[in-house]
Write a protein of this length. Structure first.
Length: 391
């Protein structure tokens, strides 16, 4: 067959980002931080960010998310900024999305759709793809507008899933679409259930072997996979300065000391405003956490929002019913902590003076640099101690 050449140069989508800072918000996240994170998500999805705007409101407008004046302002930006899509920093209701698409005349995405899109890009295993497809279908169902284009996206490469023969008498297009998506959801759930059972069989076998399982958890981009790589010396582990580099759990055997093997599992990272569909769809994956003997929480201590990120992870673990799991916290990337003159340390010992200040809020936390392999011996020792206490 003759080889075909395609141009790889595609115009990136130009994204305009819109956030709302709730004036009475209690969770502590500033609208600016959340928008910065949305910009990272947009870039990870392959878009170019051409502008951002933040509006302070008591609560998002039920019809248009932002206020009327803001809608007009964003509309007028289209001439100056030339955006090809608008991304909102919260999950929109289906009617908000429709209103905004009508107002702006371009595609409107919300944070959830963007995260789902990145997950779809990242899914490598069959299980990962099934889970993402389920989350996407659940997200899509209430948003169907009776257009085939929506279903084509769902159907993937093969195009629209056979319209002929499935249409019932008197059924409108949108009812048919909904019925197809519901059928697909049922089928995906069945397949995921099979995967889940396989996983639990495998986990039970592991348990019989008596080797403790340590699961890495943490905010996306905290350095979980880098730590996995450092502890296993396995260069196959995928590390990337992008959000949600890891999607599928990966388990490897490590030795905490000569006599103590353990299994280390790398997992998907958490993020604030994690779409509920995703948490539900990733139940099979997240059950890895429930069966772990210990959770190793990796925090990027150099991130300006490190404390909030850490709280978000703890809250997500609580939502998953995992508050009581034994855990150890590793404060990562300490090689990037600069002193007053902007100098970064050359060794962990140079940071010992700050140890107390850095771990003040999390007693027992271990300072590490996964990248420079600092603090790993102490970390393994602390893991052994924690496992001994909780076994
Ligand atoms: N300076 C420094 N950078 C680090 C360290 N650990 C990780 N990084 C960098 O942080 C980025 C994210 O690392 P990953 O290991 O992919 O993070 P992750 O937590 O697995 O991220 P997700 O899989 O996306 O949730 C990469 O660019 C790493 O090189 C560290 O100790 N020091
Ligand atoms: Mg990772």
């Amino acid at each position: 067959m003759p080889r075909q050449f395609h141009s790889t140069i595609e115009e990136p989508e130009k994204a305009y980002l819109v956030g709302v800072q709730r004036t009475g918000a209690r969770d502590g996240w500033r609208g600016e931080s959340s928008l910065d994170e949305l910009a990272l998500l947009a870039r990870t999805a392959g878009a170019q960010v051409v502008g951002t705007t933040l509006q302070r409101l008591d609560a998002p407008n039920p019809a248009t998310y932002v206020g009327k004046g803001k809608v007009d302002e964003i509309k007028s930006r289209r001439n100056t900024d030339g955006y090809t899509m608008v991304v909102l920093d919260d999950e929109l209701s289906p009617s908000q999305q429709t209103h905004l698409e009508d107002a702006f005349g371009v595609k409107v995405l919300d944070r959830t759709a963007l995260i789902l899109d990145i997950f779809a890009m990242r899914a490598r295993t069959r299980e990962g793809r099934l889970q993402v497809e389920l989350a996407q279908s659940e997200y899509l169902l209430p948003r169907l507008k009776g257009q085939w284009s929506h279903l084509e996206r769902l159907g993937g490469r093969s195009g629209s899933p056979g319209a002929i023969g499935v249409r019932g008498p008197g059924e409108t297009q949108i009812e048919t679409d909904r019925r197809l998506v519901r059928k697909k959801i049922t089928k995906l759930k069945e397949e995921i259930e099979r995967v889940r059972q396989q996983r639990s069989l495998y986990r039970r076998r592991r348990q019989r072997e008596g080797v403790p399982v340590i699961a890495l958890v943490g905010y996306t981009n905290a350095g979980k996979s880098t730590l996995m790589r450092a502890l296993t010396r396995d260069s196959d582990v995928f590390v990337q300065d992008q959000l949600f580099a890891t999607l599928d759990p990966l388990t490897r055997r490590i030795y905490l000391d000569d006599a103590h093997p353990a299994l280390l599992t790398d997992t998907v990272g958490f993020i604030q405003k994690l779409p509920t569909q995703l948490v539900a769809a990733f139940r099979a994956t997240l059950e890895e956490l429930a069966d772990a003997s210990l959770l190793l929480h990796v925090v990027d201590i150099t991130h300006p929002d490190a404390a909030l990120q850490s709280q978000t992870v703890e809250q997500t673990l609580a939502d998953l019913g995992l508050s009581d799991k034994p855990r150890l916290t590793a404060l990562n990337k300490v090689d990037q902590i600069a002193d007053a003159d902007g100098r970064t340390p050359n060794s962990l010992e140079e940071l010992s003076a700050f140890q107390g200040a850095l771990t003040a809020n999390i007693p027992g936390a271990v300072l590490i640099s996964a990248e420079r392999r600092w603090g790993l011996e102490l970390l393994k020792q602390r893991l052994l101690e924690e496992l001994a206490v909780h076994s």
